[in-house]
Write a protein that binds this ligand. Structure first.
Ligand code: MSP
Length: 657
């Protein structure tokens, strides 16, 4: 079918803040949108899948300043740098058709035009804003919206702020937005509708502050220098500017707008289901067909965040378990509309049970048996039995059941349908005991039929798994001898598409079993190393501000001392006992708690510095007459100590001043 005649499907993810590297939680929505886009392509749709980055705002400006770079350099590094956003989507096999950055020239110019249009139609007006401001969320809040005096989104501190600003007449659109949410399927899951209506619309929608003067990293309001456009206005319109709205970089607005679905995390549903449609209403533009607010991946009951120290690095997980296994896990384990508790154990269990045991075994047992009993190629004759009917019926009906779930974005349920068929097929092996059939030449045709049925079952299941695990499914097709023309949406509902004399190619295990204990240990070690690497490389104590007068300083008697003997003090983990030559002719004993840093034998013969006029102290029953000087600092959170060692030419007893 020609591209123009195809039905269109436009899907978006939120555009990500490149304020720090993305974690597995960010990956969740993009993988879901990718599975959806691939599913629609499989069905024959002309798909536009958009993702991108939301690069303006105070938080980015501040982070760039702290890093000593310009905001543009800062975002360029996180978006395009090594292991940045673009690399991550490549790694995760994300098939987006377009990628927008809100710093792209065409987008910036379009936002200026859009802002001006709403100003000219009277929906944006100038006023002054007083309120509680949350810097990380770049949001003003009213007193009543605060939770225990803190930002309702991130729980962080807010502060009083006032600025001259432009406002959008959000209040004017409250009745229409309310109607949209309550009488249509615009927002899903339905639970999110109640949340929006009860928490935001019914208490009264106030006009929205849509410009800022307290920072400069944003789209400038071209008719009023000093003002930059509120980051959410800038961000939300990406969904249209990326198609060519108010710019001539792209020209597929007519083709794809209105959007079929915006996938967004639950905390940004408010922006997408209230502010976004209100602005589109203001400009008399068609509304997107749907906003789907998915849940969060949480860890230990809280949202993942870098500050909580529980970030899970998608690079590490993909490298250890494979990209497809990770993609599959995210959509198989958690219902898309609700929160899901992420853990490494859960990830490994899913891989071992669903992929290694169920799917992996089905493929490897089937291909191995075709090789063993038929040298890899099935004979053409068939002998069907009643027992086959149930399997065939289940598999030919799978596509319909799967589709019903995919259309509702219920990835978990769609996968459940597929895996029920996989489990049924494994049971079919046990019911038919091919190894018994193989013992009698008279059963050869029946055995070939059992094998063929299993291969057909694998073909249909793997076709429907393509949106989730594209690479692995291609490997499966290669092993079962399925060509491209019979791994399509159409052929996924029809039995008997593989050639009667199909040839299989048993290959390596597609989903190797994971040794749970070993993998967990490895992950914990990586996590510790990452946490350590995130600590400051070097920390030194702040300088003493209190002055010391010269006479007091001169009273401290520092001497060069030579280590004659050194040993660990019995029953102490820390203490070393030094016998020192201090130039007086009488040995001096000093105890020092530095065993963690030095072995006694390595210090014998060294020339050190001691303060010798401290009053003697008893430690572990031994007298310590003075103190050895050392340098201390902290490296990656670990305290380091170095004894001060001086030139061996300096004689014992030399005074340091
Ligand atoms: N820049 C805005 C979106 C603008 S869209 C016009 C933004 N960016 S974000 O980088 O902070 O978040 C992007 C998406 O990642 C959001 O949908 C958010 O819900 C999602 N997630 C961030 N952490 C998440 C989890 N732990 N779990 C699931 N999704 C998570 O918001």
């Amino acid at each position: 079918m020609c591209q123009d005649c195809k039905k269109k499907f436009y899907i978006t993810t939120p555009i990500y803040y490149p304020s720090s590297k993305l974690h597995i939680g960010h990956t969740y929505c993009t993988v879901a949108a990718d599975a959806m886009a691939r599913y629609k392509r499989l069905q024959g749709y002309d798909v536009m899948f958009l993702t991108g980055t939301d690069e303006h705002g105070q938080k980015i400006e501040e982070k760039a300043k702290a890093a000593g770079v310009t905001p543009q350099q800062f975002v360029d590094n996180i978006v395009c740098g090594e292991k940045g956003v673009l690399d991550l989507w490549k790694l995760m096999n994300i098939s987006n058709d377009r990628f927008i950055r809100t710093t792209d020239d065409y987008h910036v110019a379009a936002i200026q035009k859009i802002f001006k249009k709403m100003y000219e139609n009277g929906d944006i007006y100038k006023g002054s804003y007083k309120g509680k401001y949350c810097t990380p969320c770049e949001s003003f809040w009213t007193e009543s919206q605060l939770v225990d005096g803190k930002c309702p989104d991130c729980g962080g501190e807010v502060h009083d702020a006032e600025e001259e600003a432009y406002f959008f007449r959000l209040s004017k659109y409250a009745p229409r937005v309310r109607e949209l949410l309550t009488t249509t399927d615009f927002l899903e899951p339905k639970s999110r509708v109640n949340e929006m209506v009860n928490n935001f619309i019914d208490p009264g929608l106030e006009d929205l502050c849509v410009s800022r003067t307290s920072f400069t990293w944003g789209v400038p309001v071209d008719f009023d220098p000093g003002h930059v456009v509120y980051v959410w206005i800038d961000a939300l319109f990406n969904y249209m500017t990326a198609l060519g709205f108010e710019n001539d970089r792209h020209d597929d607005l007519d083709r794809y707008w209105p959007c079929d679905v915006h996938f967004v995390g639950k905390e940004i549903v408010r922006f997408h289901s209230i502010i976004w449609p209100a602005m589109l209403m203001s400009l008399d533009l068609p509304l997107p067909k749907k906003v789907y607010g998915h849940g969060w991946l949480i860890m230990d009951g809280g949202k993942m965040s870098k500050s909580k120290g529980n970030v899970v690095d998608p690079y590490v997980l993909a490298e250890m378990f494979g990209v497809d296994a990770l993609r599959f896990f995210l959509l198989r384990t958690f219902p898309f509309g609700s929160d899901g508790n992420f853990s490494n154990e859960l990830l490994i269990n899913t891989i071992n049970i669903d992929l290694a045991n169920d799917l992996g075994n089905l493929v490897s047992r089937t291909t191995a048996m075709v090789e063993k009993y038929f040298g890899g190629t099935l004979p053409a004759e068939r002998q069907f039995a009643d027992i086959d009917d149930e399997l065939i019926l289940m598999l030919t009906g799978l596509r319909g059941r799967y589709e019903a779930q995919m259309e509702k974005f219920q990835f978990q349920n769609a996968l459940d349908e597929v895996f029920r068929c996989i489990q049924r097929s494994n049971k079919y092996i046990d019911e038919n005991t091919p190894w018994t059939l193989a013992k009698d030449e008279a059963n050869r045709t029946r055995l070939a039929t059992v094998m063929y049925n299993l291969l057909e079952s694998v073909r249909i299941c793997a076709t429907l798994l393509l949106p989730f695990m594209p690479d692995s499914c291609q490997k499966i097709f290669a092993q079962i001898g399925a060509t491209e023309d019979i791994t399509t949406w159409d052929t996924a509902k029809t039995w008997g598409k593989l050639s009667e004399t199909v040839t299989v190619h048993k290959g390596e295990a597609i989903f190797p079993r994971v040794d749970t204990a070993k993998a967990i240990e490895q992950l914990e070690a990586i996590e510790q190393a990452q946490k350590k690497a995130a600590l400051p490389a070097l920390e030194i104590e702040p300088l003493e501000e209190q002055p010391v007068d010269f006479d007091t300083f001169c009273k401290s008697d520092f001497r060069a001392v030579k280590v004659k003997a050194c040993e660990a003090v019995k029953k102490s983990d820390k203490l070393l006992r030094f016998t020192l030559d201090d130039g007086t002719g009488t040995d001096r004993q000093i105890l020092s708690g530095i065993h963690k840093y030095y072995e006694p034998e390595e210090l014998v013969g060294k020339t050190l510095v001691a303060i010798v006029n401290l009053p003697p102290r008893k430690m572990m029953g031994l007298q310590s007459c003075g103190m050895l000087l050392s340098a201390v600092h902290t490296e990656r959170g670990e305290e380091k100590l170095n004894l001060i060692m001086i030139d061996d030419n300096i004689p014992a007893g030399a005074k340091l001043c």
